[in-house]
Design a protein around this ligand. Structure first.
Ligand SMILES: C[S@@+](CC[C@H](N)C(=O)[O-])C[C@H]1O[C@@H](n2cnc3c(N)ncnc32)[C@H](O)[C@@H]1O
Length: 311
């Protein structure tokens, strides 16, 4: 077990993440997903006394945990908020001066393991699923108030679930639904047996993405990186499902979400980034054995290009 892992959370792909992110020991870095502060602590160990690290999280518990861990380090500053808005969370003087941005997406082990947060179908809890108290919508509202078309859409788009329509109908029939166990019961009336756990995971994931506007916030954060990174600065993103990974891959390649590289009249590549990882970096068997959560992790890295050519 790595010395950076705690009961709160074990940071995944720690060594490649930090080595790709930290290119300058006196640089300014943003950890947009502070969590338990494992990645942040490892980043700080690579910085000299002039380095600076902002750690953003929308979850008060994560901020408490990480600040307790890193509070003696004057180079570290915790920031409460959504990483989709780091352009307003950070002082404008840092625009174009950031050396590295890290996004380790999704929820921490602590958030999943706490039944009171309602993220897991394995434990009974209230239908909450908000990563922090800044989100207005809860899972309970999605499950009890969305109409058939809206539920079907999120299950299909965010869960890539084949039985979206039947599950959405069963949920509507089973209302009111107050807990994760009640939601699980409604879903398993449609799909049970061999496929039950995968279906439950997809539907819970879809609701979580909707509640936290995860894809929208990721898109915003990626777009801000074009202006906030300094030339040569690195964007490092760890994703845990294909929807996120596709957005990241396209954006790093082309600077847009379609993945179409903009070109000038002469056919020159005008993408704002150079892709550093042609293929995503994945956890090895040892890490997966120690930390099963790392199994789905995909790490991608891009570097802000030195010269922005005119279109
Ligand atoms: C996978 S954990 C990060 C773990 C962290 N790298 C560590 O080493 O402990 C993701 C964290 O990011 C936070 N988070 C996820 N999406 C966020 C967003 N859009 N804005 C701010 N924080 C977010 C979650 O609350 C959670 O604490």
């Amino acid at each position: 077990m790595s010395r950076f892992a705690t009961e709160y959370h074990a940071p995944v792909l720690l060594s490649p993440t930090v080595s790709h992110l930290v290119t300058k020991s006196s640089g300014v870095y943003v950890d947009g997903t502070l969590g338990g502060g494992g990645h942040s602590q490892a980043i700080l160990e690579q910085l000299d006394e002039n380095g600076k690290l902002f750690g953003i999280d929308q979850d008060d518990e994560a901020l408490r945990e990480a600040t307790a861990r890193l509070r003696n380090d004057a180079r570290f500053e915790a920031v409460k908020g959504n990483f989709g808005f780091y352009d307003v969370l950070l002082a404008p003087e840092y625009k174009g001066k950031i050396t590295g941005i890290l996004l380790d997406l999704g929820v921490s082990s602590h958030q999943i393991d706490d039944p009171a947060r309602g993220f897991s179908f394995q434990q009974e809890g209230p239908l909450d699923m908000r990563m922090g108290n800044l989100m207005r919508l809860s899972a309970e509202q999605v499950v009890n108030e969305y109409d058939l078309g809206e539920l079907r859409r999120i299950f299909y788009e965010y869960g890539e679930e084949r039985h979206s329509n039947a599950i959405a109908k069963k949920i509507i029939e089973s209302r009111p639904i107050a807990t994760t166990a009640e939601l699980k019961k409604a879903i398993t009336k449609v799909v049970s047996g061999k496929f039950e756990n995968k279906t439950l995971a997809r539907i819970f994931q879809a609701i979580r993405i909707e509640v936290n506007r995860e894809l929208e916030m990721l898109r915003q954060a990626l777009e801000h990186a074009v202006e906030w990174l300094e030339p040569g600065g690195r964007l490092v993103v760890i994703s845990y499902h294909s929807l996120e990974d596709r957005l990241v891959k396209h954006f790093m390649k082309a600077g847009n979400f379609e993945g179409e590289i903009p070109k000038d009249l002469y056919g020159n590549n005008l993408s704002p980034f150079d892709v550093i990882t042609r293929k995503p970096i994945e956890a090895d068997d040892k890490e997966i054995a120690e930390n099963p959560r790392s199994r789905s992790a995909r790490l991608r890295v891009a570097e802000k290009r030195e010269v922005q050519e005119a279109a």
